[in-house]
Design a protein around this ligand. Structure first.
Ligand code: 8YV
Length: 312
């Protein structure tokens, strides 16, 4: 069989160029409906990104589909159970983006707590002449709460030690090898920290894990950071918490309905927002591209995938 890949979501050009050199790659966005239908039996690999939904019905359309290659670590919108039943493997890009996402989490913590963006606006408005910017809040020595202790959560905890922060966490599993204090619920964790950093994977299992009660527990001096998925936070509850000052602020890289951001979260000195760019540095996007390429190559060579996802 031919080595045919169908790309159905945007991925970096370096990756598609490399794939073109070695395999037969089609971009669904550039094909007519007739061309797509003709291609169906030839497709062995679907190339998608972390935001692409892929359900059983779509998988069923491709009789020779054997690999779903995800450009990203999160793949919660892929029906992994259905893929497993159909003997379709899934590869993703864990590890290579951990540092960047952890760095951005810290950037948001600092930017939010020290109001770096608001302070820049203050200068740009010309307000500096004659007055100082309001006092902000200290990060070093404060209490960090990590919701979801995977690779990224642990990388954030490592950075926290350089800031003399105490670390506690809530995760589905309690880890004996992790020094931070375990909290039995997200609410208990929120009550116990100054910064609640959301690192849990997306999907139905974590939907609205940070709800109105958790935000209330975080309280008027607490800051919420989300670098995971918008779905993990009840966005309406967050908007309400910001509007009514139930929490001190938020640093958000992800949202429920990207690229839509609720208007209430805009133009506030205590809310710092970025456009889902946790892993978007030159070197990491190159490393992610390389890993996707290596996984697809391994599959076509009949070798084990480098980073196959776990059995659902
Ligand atoms: C990307 C991500 O935004 O890895 C993830 O889970 O969210 C990101 O790295 C995405 O997959 C690229 O479209």
């Amino acid at each position: 069989m031919e080595n045919v890949i169908l790309q159905i979501a945007p991925v970096p050009m370096q990756l598609t160029q490399r794939l073109h050199q070695h395999f037969t790659l089609f971009n669904a966005a550039q094909l007519t409906t007739e061309q797509q239908i003709e291609l169906i039996p030839r497709v062995r690999v679907l190339l998608i990104n972390g935001e692409t939904p892929l359900d059983d019905t779509t998988m069923a359309r491709y009789p020779n589909l054997q690999l779903i290659a995800v450009f990203g670590v999160g793949y919660e919108r892929v029906d992994a159970q259905a893929a497993y039943k159909r003997n379709i493997q899934i590869s993703n890009t864990p590890g290579v983006l951990t540092d960047d996402v952890a760095d951005l989490a810290f950037g948001l913590m600092l930017a939010c707590s020290r109001q770096i963006v608001g302070a820049q606006r203050f200068i740009e408005r010309g307000d500096w002449a004659g007055q100082s910017y309001r006092w902000t809040n200290k990060v070093s020595g404060s209490r960090l709460g990590i919701l979801g202790l995977g690779r990224i959560g642990r990388a954030i905890a490592r950075r926290a030690s350089a800031f003399d922060m105490s670390v506690s966490y809530h995760s589905r599993t309690q880890y004996a090898d992790f020094a931070g204090e375990y909290c039995a619920t997200p609410q208990a964790l929120a009550a116990h920290c100054d910064f609640l950093v959301v690192c849990a994977p997306g999907g139905d299992g974590s939907r609205d894990l940070v709800n109105a009660e958790v935000l209330q527990a975080l309280g008027p001096t607490g800051i919420l950071i989300n670098i995971a998925r918008g779905s993990v936070v009840d966005e309406a509850a967050l908007v309400n918490a910001i509007e009514h000052k139930l929490i001190a602020g938020a640093g958000l890289d992800v949202f429920c309905d990207e690229p839509h951001v609720p208007a209430t979260l805009l133009q506030r000195d205590n809310v710092v927002i970025t456009p889902h760019m946790g892993s978007a540095t030159e070197s990491t996007r190159r490393a992610m591209s390389e890993l996707v390429y290596e996984n697809i190559s391994a599959y076509f060579a009949g070798k084990p995938l480098l980073t196959a996802t776990e059995k659902p």
